[in-house]
Design a protein around this ligand. Sequence first.
Ligand SMILES: [Zn+2]
Ligand SMILES: [Zn+2]
Length: 155
Amino acid sequence: MQGRGNPALHNTEKKMNCPKCNTELVKKYYKGMIEVDSCPNCRGMWLDSLELDKLEDMVFNDDAHKGSLVHFQSKTDHPCPHCGASLDEFQYRLYDLKLDYCAEHDHGFWLDAGEDERVMTFMRQRSVNIQRKVDAESTWRQTLKEMHSFLRKRK
Ligand SMILES: [Zn+2]
Ligand SMILES: [Zn+2]
């Protein structure tokens, strides 16, 4: 839209900077699922769409979630590490989780430090409550995949 962010320049090997504090991101393998780019300074992390696609497929009940997953969407001043376009902020209803998403080119999304742990703690408590052996990591993995599918479909 604003002439920034040429997808032709997209290159996964190039250096990326933190959208929040501009520190150079470092690759990290996250919870045995996917490679993420994490910020050594503010400890947030970038989840790449390409990496999210590698997460195992899941049964995703579209109708149950349609329109209910996201509270709001608004533009932020934070640049996508890939293309520099302003990220959109979303709030994921179920866990009160905020994330920043590259709505322009679907490059992925950004999680602030501790957001994922907060959600995982919530999931662990919930699985205790319902007396079911649900692994918090796999529930979280599903959540990431679900959020990504959902955001992608909004286009
Ligand atoms: Zn940072
Ligand atoms: Zn982008």
